[in-house]
Write a protein of this length. Structure first.
Length: 191
């Protein structure tokens, strides 16, 4: 099971990373082959320009933007599971995660009759969310955004792991209940 995690926090050692590490370690122990992309570390990463050049190639995720996100698109296409990892930014995914989601437009091939075909059909998607407040204060909206991305992609939705009221990475790692729930979620991703 190939699992691609797209880590959308601008803080490499923050709360989202702490939770994601727990989830992915469990997934790896369950047999998952893990690849993590730190979106903040991509030096040349642009948002979708809606130029529709991606529609010229119907069978692969082609994109006219020549940047560091090109290999990420290919990795997503070749993965069994895509995990969106993001903190809550003003009731939404982080700008990095949103930019990556927008770039996934090249995975959807528009048809002349107004329908589309998804290159991600049959895959699985999930999300790992860190939030500084209660789940229903933004994390719920991020979860719904990711669920709809999975639905539109024709991917099976595996759910969301939400670490709400997250204070700092050390507190996350010390919370035995949270760690156990995160491990269970990781096992689910790889099964």
């Amino acid at each position: 099971m190939k699992i691609l995690a797209l880590q959308g926090s601008p803080r490499r050692e923050g709360n989202t990373q702490a939770v994601l590490e727990i989830v992915l370690q469990a997934a790896e122990h369950a047999g998952g082959q893990i690849k993590t992309v730190q979106l903040s570390e991509l030096k040349n990463f642009s948002g979708c320009m809606e130029c529709f050049a991606c529609q010229k190639e119907p069978n692969e995720p082609s994109c006219a933007l020549e940047d560091d996100f090109q290999p990420v698109l290919r990795a997503a296409w070749e993965s069994d599971v895509v995990v969106w990892a993001t903190p809550v930014f003003c009731w939404a995914p982080s700008w990095l995660a949103k930019m990556a989601m927008d770039r996934f437009f090249c995975m959807f091939k528009l048809q002349k009759d107004g329908s589309y075909e998804s290159l991600l059909s049959g895959r699985r998607m999930a999300t790992v969310i860190s939030a500084g407040s209660e789940e229903n204060d933004g994390a719920d909206l991020v979860k719904e955004t990711c669920r709809r991305m999975a639905q539109f992609s024709g991917s099976k939705w595996l759910g969301a792991f939400i670490a709400d009221n997250a204070q700092n990475p050390d507190a996350i790692r010390a919370d035995e209940s949270l760690v156990e729930r995160a491990r269970q979620f990781g096992w689910q991703l790889a099964s």
